[in-house]
Design a protein around this ligand. Structure first.
Ligand code: F6P
Length: 322
């Protein structure tokens, strides 16, 4: 294989740049040319490509976002889109493609591989950490730490004014981010889509915790919770308790910022592993990491199989809320 391509697609995640850098530098060290595709699959359709060398990826390891830019591309779900993408790969001489992103990115990669002669390898890059086949996705650790920093600050004011705070975190339809952030931030309650939220019980728990002398109550709400948004849940609790509360939706702040050391190292290892996989003739896999070892998972499994929340963490939620 002489030439490979790399793109980032879907929601950006901190550490994507570290991954691009690793793919370029490791790829060059193994004798392949690397082409960057700008703006995700959209760039593949419009032939927005750039040759990447060692210098083009200098000083990006510490930067959030993605220098290649990203997009969600509906046209990739059409036959015409796939045809255009193949044309670009053919005319650019790209034999292998590394796609960094989440499940939407991998669906596009599979559609591409099934329709023609291109080898694809995925790298998990999403703050949601919701792809099967890896303990952690690139970007998750940074997002956890960003949200944690905010929660630590919120607790200062929550405790000083003795108000319950509903803090909404991202995570799409899964609770990985909420669970990790909630445990690390000592949240009194963690509401996740995986566990049914009983508002009646939640209100009782909040009342009891204040009666027990607690000064603050942090309720972490995953954006995909079955009882609704933080606004809706807070309102439902207010109707039962009539206690003044505040809401903080952390939103896209969680997607930005310098990647943590853990994310930079994970991104570097997975980027290099993706190049190795292509050069070994493997295709149709995502490279991930299980307990420190690189693992290849068929791309389709990454969204068809369900990744479970950590049961030990789940067990701790109630016990540690005191
Ligand atoms: O998948 C990453 C993510 O940040 C989710 O947590 C969130 O639901 C979604 O993307 C937001 O998407 P957008 O940036 O398109 O608003």
């Amino acid at each position: 294989m002489k030439k490979i391509g790399v793109l980032t697609s879907g929601g950006d995640a901190p550490g994507m740049n570290a991954c691009i850098r690793a793919i370029v530098r490791y790829g060059i060290s193994r004798g392949v040319e690397v082409t960057g595709i700008r703006g995700g699959y959209r760039g593949l359709l419009s032939k927005d490509v750039v040759r990447l060398g060692n210098r083009s990826v200098a000083n990006i390891i510490q930067r959030g976002g993605t220098v290649l830019e990203t997009a969600r591309c509906d046209e990739m779900k059409t036959e015409e889109g796939i045809r255009k993408a193949h044309q670009t790969l053919k005319s650019e001489g790209i034999e292998g493609l590394i796609t960094i992103g989440g499940d939407g990115t991998f669906r596009g990669a599979v559609a591409l591989a099934e329709a023609g002669d291109v080898k694809v390898i995925g790298v998990p890059g999403t703050i949601d950490n919701d792809v099967y086949g890896t303990d952690y996705a690139v970007g998750f650790d940074t997002a956890v730490n960003t949200a944690l920093d905010a929660i630590d600050k919120i607790r200062d004011t929550a405790g000083s004014m003795q108000r319950p705070f509903f803090v909404e975190v991202m995570g799409k339809s899964r609770g990985f981010l909420a669970l990790e952030v909630g445990i690390a931030g000592g949240a009194e309650e963690i509401l996740m889509p995986e566990l049914p939220t009983k508002v009646e019980q939640l209100a009782l728990d909040i009342r009891r915790s204040f009666k027990r002398g607690k000064k603050s109550s942090i309720i972490v709400v995953a954006e995909g919770d079955d009882a609704g948004s933080a606004f809706s849940i807070a309102q439902q609790v207010w109707e039962r308790l009539r206690v003044e509360y505040r809401i903080c939706v952390l939103g896209h702040v969680q997607r930005g910022g310098c990647p943590t050391a853990r994310d930079r190292v994970l991104a570097s290892k997975l980027g290099a592993a993706a190049v190795d996989a292509l050069l070994e003739g493997k295709a149709g896999y995502m490279v991930g990491e299980f307990k420190g070892d690189i693992a290849l998972t068929p791309l389709r499994d990454t969204w068809e199989k369900r990744k479970d929340l950590d049961s030990n963490s789940l067990r701790l939620v109630k016990a540690l809320s005191g």
